[in-house]
Each structure stands twice: as structure tokens, then as C-alpha cells.
Ligand binder design. Structure first.
Ligand code: PGA
Length: 251
């Protein structure tokens, strides 16, 4: 019922030329995949070129961040409407690396989500606990706080269109994925929280992705879980072969 999403977060990798080569390769490898939203998130400088390369394909484009103001004296920032202008349909907001290295908080994540939704971008909002928090059995508390903060003041119809990515920080780039059961447990918690906050139709509509060391070998097991609707993939999205294998998990 929920259309699966496989999104590749290229982080701070790939020149314009490399990004274009990768997406052209991906286009060929994923041409036969239907029934899955395939998204790539290059660096800002490559967005426009990758957008041109994806015209006529089933690959959609995401940015990795955006600012909440539309325009103004904000040196170095990029607004949601400029991302649309560059060809983006999606934007990743609140990735744990942004929270960890660039001082993003639930409050700034919230402002960004409001701005991106208002601009008509589909938001991929990230949440996830650290290893210390998991070991202290704080996972659900952390996820609830992050989600409530991120979604504060949003209308139900805006929330229904969101994509949420559960990315345990200890699983990102470590090769140590959450098990299917660990991921499903948190995904089910997120869905129940969405139901409590926004009602059953919203909770049923929202797609929840798992992220953290997803590989071609692990995607099918993850996707077999009832509340896992897709994946946000870092390292394995940098190669067309492995990302296409992940996107084609059901083939
Ligand atoms: P990873 O990154 O797949 O390399 O663990 C995931 C992410 O940060 O979105």
C-alpha cells in the first residue's frame, strides 16, 4: 500500500562529472525497476547537472539540507525554493551528521521542514539514537523527542506526505546495521507515535525508511518487515552496481 523508497545519500562525495557518470549508469541499471521511488542526493554543486541527466528517467533528486528562509542576507545558505529551481523534488533534513557536526537541533530541523514542505518539496526527516542512548535504553525517548520536535506545528496533511528515516547513529557508516528486528521495533514505535500525534490515516500513509549500513545483502530482509518502507543508503549508494541492486531488491 505504501510505495517503497530507496534513497541514496551521496554525502560529501563526487564531483559534477563523477555524479553525472554515476546517475547515467544508475539510469540504465534501474530502468526496469517499477513500483519503487528511487532518489539520489548529490552535493549542492552537482544538483543541477544530475537533474538534467535524470530527465525522462524514474530517478528523483534530493538535496542533503536546506535553509528555512526563502531569501535574504544569509551568506552560504540555500533555500528550499532554490532547491526546487535546481530540479529537486525531495530534501533530506536533520541527518545525524548535520546534528553532530553542524549544531542542528530539533528546533532548526522543524523550521527547515516547515519551509521545505511549504515550498512543495518532499521531506526526508531523519531521526536516530546514539549508541550511548541505546545502551541506556533511551532509544524510544530520544526518537519521540526528535520526532515531536521535528514535526511541531505541522498540519496532518503535511505530515502524511513526509518520509521519515530512522537512522541509528551507531549503524551509520560503521558496517554494523541494526538487525531487522531492531529496526522494525523502532519503525513500529514511530508509526504508533504518528498515530497518537496525527491520527491513523497519517500514520498509515507515512513512509518510514531505515538507514545505517544498508547493503544489497541486507535490503530484502529489512523490506520484509511490516513497518520498513524503504532505505536511506550512504556508502552503498556511491556505486551504481550496489545501489541498483538495493533498489531492485524485489526483482
Ligand atoms: P551508510 O549511511 O549507509 O553509509 O551507513 C547512511 C546514511 O548516513 O544515510
Amino acid at each position: 500500500m505504501r510505495r517503497p523508497v530507496i534513497a541514496g545519500n551521496w554525502k560529501l562525495f563526487k564531483t559534477i562529472g563523477e555524479a553525472t557518470t554515476l546517475v547515467n549508469d544508475l539510469k540504465v541499471r534501474t530502468a526496469g525497476i517499477t513500483g519503487v521511488d528511487i532518489i539520489v542526493a548529490p552535493v549542492f554543486t552537482a544538483l543541477s547537472s544530475v537533474a538534467t541527466a535524470t530527465v525522462g528517467s524514474n530517478i528523483r533528486l534530493a538535496a542533503q539540507n536546506c535553509f528555512w528562509e526563502e531569501s535574504g542576507a544569509y551568506t552560504g545558505e540555500v533555500s528550499a525554493s532554490l532547491l526546487k529551481d535546481a530540479g529537486c523534488s525531495h530534501v533530506i533534513i536533520g541527518h545525524s551528521e548535520r546534528r553532530q557536526y553542524f549544531a542542528e537541533t530539533d528546533a532548526t530541523v522543524n523550521r527547515k521542514i516547515h519551509a521545505a514542505s511549504a515550498a512543495g518539496l518532499t521531506v526526508i526527516a531523519c531521526v536516530g539514537e546514539t549508541l550511548t542512548e541505546r545502551e541506556a535504553e533511551q532509544t524510544f525517548v530520544v526518537i519521540e523527542t526528535q520526532l515531536q520536535g521535528a514535526l511541531a506545528g505541522l498540519r496532518s496533511d503535511a505530515v502524511a506526505g513526509l518520509i521519515i528515516a530512522y537512522e541509528p547513529v551507531w549503524a551509520i557508516g560503521t558496517g554494523k546495521s541494526a538487525s531487522e528486528a531492531q529496526a522494525q521495533e523502532v519503525h513500529a514505535f514511530i508509526r504508533s507515535l504518528l498515530e497518537r500525534l496525527f491520527g491513523l490515516p497519517v500514520a498509515t500513509a507515512v513512509r518510514i525508511l531505515y538507514g545505517g549500513s544498508v547493503k544489497p545483502e541486507t535490503i530484502s530482509g529489512l523490506m520484509s518487515q511490516p513497518d520498513i518502507d524503504g532505505a536511506l543508503v550512504g556508502g552503498a549508494s556511491l556505486s551504481a552496481e550496489s545501489f541498483a541492486a538495493i533498489a531492485g531488491y524485489s526483482a
